[in-house]
Design a protein around this ligand. Structure first.
Ligand code: NAI
Length: 331
């Protein structure tokens, strides 16, 4: 029996993400929560003839508590998305408070759940959840993830296109590390599998496209939001990987996730040799297992260009993380 809860389930990401989770045989109980329309989305999904039971909740009648009660995994795409001209950091003022309240609910009703944070700015919202869970005495860094899978998915697509094999993106695996915003997103293209051979100017253009790929969608949607469908795909992929690993199934490939480096002290030691010890959260390759982060895997060999990208990422990330931690200081 696996209960998955989606918070923000009626939104642009929440609806297709819930649909993808409804298709998974790993989920037996799918609870949807939103401040609007969650019962409607749940009624709609409940007509799909896959085995999971779908329920929908609004804030009234203790809806958040009921949705979270005994959840095994909580996925959070709640909050406002970007409009043209906005950075993810511009969302902080609204989304920090939303994520904080959800974290309080998790601490009280599903303290053992895997928590997957999609709400932006991920670089700051994940530290907010960590701080709330710490204050409530239920924090397990092995179970908290910022979802950065969309950056990995974009890297795979853009690089296979550049290699002239646009239909083979699934075969291209590129580690994308750091954070989930602008220059904090660091694709390690030199480690592409299979390798691609393009000149440095092309590598830099690809790096920039992966870092700012979200802006392409924000611009094209012209005020109607940011990536939702590709994010739902990426969020479901990561959630299902976490659930598969939790069920004891070894994963064929590591997944990237933005985690508290204390989740695996030994692994973190290798990572900090590369990134320094200034940043407590970083997106890293993860070996997932029954209790979440089993191992933080090494970043591998970086070239000089990638080492410079890491330096810029660390400088930005530290500000983002402190902002999240400070937000919770007065709770
Ligand atoms: P949306 O506005 O379409 O949906 C957000 C949903 O959250 C709405 O249904 C809204 O009613 C709900 N909501 C608001 N306050 C809530 C609360 N207190 N409790 C529960 N639900 C609440 O936005 P969209 O496009 O689905 O984006 C959601 C978030 O995901 C944004 O912060 C966006 O920046 C982020 N995002 C993250 C990505 C990533 O790679 N991690 C990629 C794309 C978007």
């Amino acid at each position: 029996m696996v209960k998955a809860t989606v918070i923000g389930a009626a939104g642009g990401i929440g609806q297709p993400l819930s649909l993808l989770l409804k298709q998974s045989s790993l989920v037996t109980d799918l609870a949807l929560y939103d401040v609007v329309n969650a019962p409607g989305v749940a009624a709609d999904l409940s007509h799909i003839n896959t085995p999971s039971i779908v329920t929908g909740y609004l804030p009234k009648d203790d809806g958040l508590a009921k949705a979270l009660k005994n959840a095994d995994i909580v996925v959070i795409p709640a909050g406002v998305p970007r409009k043209p001209g906005m950075t993810r950091d511009d969302l902080f003022n609204i989304n920090a408070g939303i994520v904080k309240d959800i974290a309080v609910g998790i601490a009280e009703h599903s303290p053992k759940a895997f928590v997957l944070v999609i709400s932006n700015p991920v670089n700051s919202t994940v530290p907010i959840v960590a701080e709330v869970l710490k204050k409530k005495g239920v924090y397990d860094p092995k179970k908290l993830f910022g979802v950065t899978t969309l950056d990995v998915v974009r890297a795979s697509t853009f690089i296979s296109e550049a290699a002239g094999k646009p239909t083979e993106s699934l075969n291209y695996r590129i580690p994308v590390v750091g954070g989930h915003s602008g220059v904090t997103i660091v694709p390690l293209i030199s480690q592409s599998q299979p390798p691609i051979s393009v000149d440095q100017a092309k590598i830099e253009a690809l790096t920039n496209r992966i870092q700012f790929g979200g802006d392409e969608v924000v611009k094209a949607k012209d005020g109607a939001g940011s990536a939702t469908l590709s994010m739902a795909y990426a969020g479901a992929r990561f959630a299902i990987a976490v659930l598969e690993a939790a069920s004891g199934k070894p994963l064929a490939q590591p997944e990237m996730g933005y985690v508290d480096l204390t989740a695996d002290a030994a692994g973190a030691k290798e990572v900090t040799k590369v990134i320094g010890d200034e940043t407590p959260f970083f997106s890293v390759p993860l070996q997932l297992g029954p209790s979440g982060v089993e191992k933080i895997l090494p970043l591998g060999k970086l070239n000089d260009y990638e080492s410079e990208l890491i330096k810029k990422a660390v400088a930005d990330l530290n500000g983002n993380i402190s902002k999240g931690v400070q937000f919770t200081a007065n709770l």
